[in-house]
Design a protein around this ligand. Sequence first.
Ligand code: PLP
Length: 387
Amino acid sequence: MHLRKQRLLTPGPTPLYPPALHAMMAADLHHRTEEFRKVYRSCLADLKEVMGTSNDVLMFAASGTGAMDAAVSNLFSRGDKVVVCSAGKFGERWAEIAKAYGLEANVLTAPYGEVVTPGRVEAALAAEPAVKGVFVQASETSTGAMHDVRAMGQAVARTGAIFVVDAITGLGTMPLDIDGWGLDVTIGGSQKAFMIPPGLAFLSVSPKAWKMAETATLPHYYFNLKKEKKSGDAGESSWTPATAMILAMAEALRFIKQMGMAKLTENAQLLAEATRAAVRALGLELFAPGSPGSSVTAVKAPAGMDSSTIVKEFRNRFGAIIANGQGTMKGQIFRIAHLGYFDFADVFATVAALEIILNANGFSVQYGTGVAAAQQVYARAAVKPQP
Ligand SMILES: *Cc1c(COP(=O)(O)O)cnc(C)c1O
């Protein structure tokens, strides 16, 4: 009998920042008090700061999809023409939400593992000047690919459309100049790089997006951006907020501000680089080699091996939860996350465990090959010891 610690290595939920968890225990407070308003105000202000935008930032008690739903139901009208970039399960979610609300969506699809190019967005906008919105994932968590939202934003900014970016795993894993690149709506979620449990969704809203809200006619009630903006300005949320989650968020934001969003991003990028180097050294293939993002690395299972076996082995041998593929990618790929509260020691351990699992399941590798490749990245990056 060996001791196995439970480890969460998935791209949402992600490992939790312990001080944020401890902060949740102080949730015996009322949300219509000055005590709570102070926390809520600082939360919204800090979110704005770490997102690096001067746009309004609003928060809801919901998983990330709640903010995606809110963006559509508050900013559009039935029959509006929109462009949806779909390169994975989350892109498909945009298409489903657009359909549910009766938008007329031109869905630009890319095969899983690939991305929708900015050129295709530009062409779609040129072909249909009435387009009101363009939807995309900054980071497509289901495939590990990352979109060029900078170039897309520039193309969208030249039109009357707004650019709605699901950055739920983009925030904290890739540079995102929300104001400079014209990301009119940028969406985030608590259980990703923000290193706290699921339950909070937030989004930034640009002046161009607020203007669309003036003429939008889709019905909505709980997710009411205008109402939420008014409440937020008063230090409150429109409905009963998830107080424990807000306390956790305030603590996590303190940490992220202290570290700096750029550093948190660089951390994820380095861990992703080390993971890519390790799996390549082991003779495995990346699922999205063309534009790999840094939120998660998707790896193809070796020929003849089901990725579900690898996922199961991680859990049974090491108590570690890694992500399988979603939808038709299930059994084909496994995904190792880097966003939020992950460090190099996590990568070394994950790769060492992977080497054992591969060997035990008929794909023979030399122990230490992947770990050494990850160590080289650590050494090259000259990561400094922390006092
Ligand atoms: C996690 C995630 C979401 C939100 O999913 P929820 O389960 O609603 O939190 C949306 N988009 C992407 C890219 C994600 O990674």
